[in-house]
Design a protein around this ligand. Structure first.
Ligand SMILES: Cc1ncc(COP(=O)(O)O)c(C=O)c1O
Length: 394
């Protein structure tokens, strides 16, 4: 059976060109970039070329790029690293209630084990935080604000640049989880103005197990992964050279094809939303769209800017009695892969913390699915999905 893969926010398939670029680094190019001999130097050159390329792609300096084992480690590094730097000095972190678990659980660990105070900002109906509430939450003990650039369940983009501007002249650092934004919107990280930003390779057709933490020059953060002196003595551990070679290719491809990727996803999103609305509209609520929700209809606020590749829908519990796990299994049996809430929390029956934050009750929040497109999807995939959903709901 041909699988229709619509779970690209969980992970993307490896682009065949990325795989091709990785193979020599799994085979004949096995040198350790810390070694001085030729094999090592060859790996080192590729490593530094990748650093330069990615720095240029996101508009920062090469010396501000640190390779990690993924987005999770990058988030842990920024949050725990800056907390440990501030230990005994400042103890307050502000974040949002809709962050990825790599941020939420790092903050909760710091609270429960070290007594840090954490403020979780609520959001509006779309998943946007309120700038005034953020500023009002700052105390002289606050050292870090962490607000994700785009949310992995809804796709909503928070205006991190405005947050950075509003924090000008306040001695706090700003971290943003940009894992879902890379390749979906043009990012100029220096211009956005954060101290730290997290990225992951496997959301952009690269390999799993590779991420990046951007650390702006002169931003204070303790070393998080102790060991060797790699990454300018800020992150120990032999670099994942095959994955870095894959990431390099993934970025080269994005440089040429990002606009086409965005256009394609936007087209698929528009088609999906219009087909869902016309074919099963009364049974669902679209959560990733600015004016399509019964919760928002009739109110003045038109909000929400979204990355183009995620559509999150909830089924209306009054008109649809379907357990989302059953729905996912039935879709899976038809060869269609989508996700319930965030892949990182699926397997648990808890309603999505994101949907609860934007105002849904437990039943509606629990009945959500996330459809996310990518480079290898096409319009026929959308037609098969909508037909499949219609059959299952009937
Ligand atoms: C917003 C966000 N942050 C962080 C991560 C974690 O990245 P990784 O899987 O590379 O550890 C994910 C992955 O799902 C994500 O969506």
């Amino acid at each position: 059976m041909n699988v229709i893969y619509l779970d690209n926010a969980a992970t993307t398939p490896i682009d065949p060109r990325v795989k091709e670029a990785m193979l020599p680094w799994l085979d004949e190019n096995y040198g350790n970039p810390s070694s001085v001999h030729e094999a090592g130097r060859k790996a080192k050159v590729m490593l530094e070329d990748t650093r330069d390329l990615f720095a240029e792609f996101i508009g920062v300096r090469s010396s501000e790029i640190y390779f990690t084992s993924g987005g999770t480690e990058a988030n842990n590094f920024a949050i725990k690293g800056s907390a440990f730097y501030n230990l005994g000095k400042k103890d307050h972190i502000i974040t949002t209630a809709i962050e990825h678990s790599a941020v939420l659980d790092s903050a909760e660990y710091l609270r429960s084990r070290f007594g840090f105070n954490i403020t979780y900002l609520k959001t509006n109906r779309f998943g946007e935080i309120d700038l005034k509430e953020l500023k009002d939450s700052i105390t002289d003990k606050t050292f870090l604000v962490s607000v994700m650039h785009s949310n992995n369940e809804l796709g909503v983009i928070n205006d991190v640049k405005s947050i950075a501007v509003s924090l000008n002249n306040i001695p706090v650092m700003l971290h943003s989880d940009m894992v879902q934004s890379l390749g979906k919107v043009k990012l100029n990280v220096s211009d956005i103005g954060v101290n730290f930003a997290s990225f992951s390779a496997h959301k952009i057709y690269g390999p799993k197990g590779l991420g990046v933490l951007y650390i702006k020059k002169d931003s204070h953060v303790d070393k998080f992964m102790h060991g060797g002196k790699q990454e300018r003595d800020r992150r120990g551990g032999t670099e994942n050279i095959p994955a870095i070679a894959g990431f390099k290719k993934a970025i080269e491809i994005l440089k040429d094809e990002m606009n086409a990727d965005i256009e394609k996803s936007s087209g698929l999103r528009n088609k999906l939303i219009s087909e869902l609305s016309s074919q099963i509209g009364n049974k669902m609520i679209i959560n990733s769209h600015q004016d399509n929700s019964p919760l928002e209809r009739g109110t003045a606020k038109q909000g929400g800017v979204f990355i183009p590749n995620i559509v999150n829908i909830s089924f209306n519990p009054e008109t649809t009695k379907i357990d989302p796990d059953t729905l996912l299994i039935k879709l899976d049996m038809k060869g269609i892969a989508v996700s319930s809430g965030s892949a990182c929390t699926s397997g648990s029956v808890q309603p999505s913390h994101v949907l609860k934050t934007i105002g849904y009750d437990d039943d509606t929040a629990r009945s959500s699915i996330r459809i996310s497109f990518g480079r290898f999807n096409n319009e026929a995939d959308i037609e098969v999905l909508v037909k499949g959903l219609k059959e299952i709901l009937a």
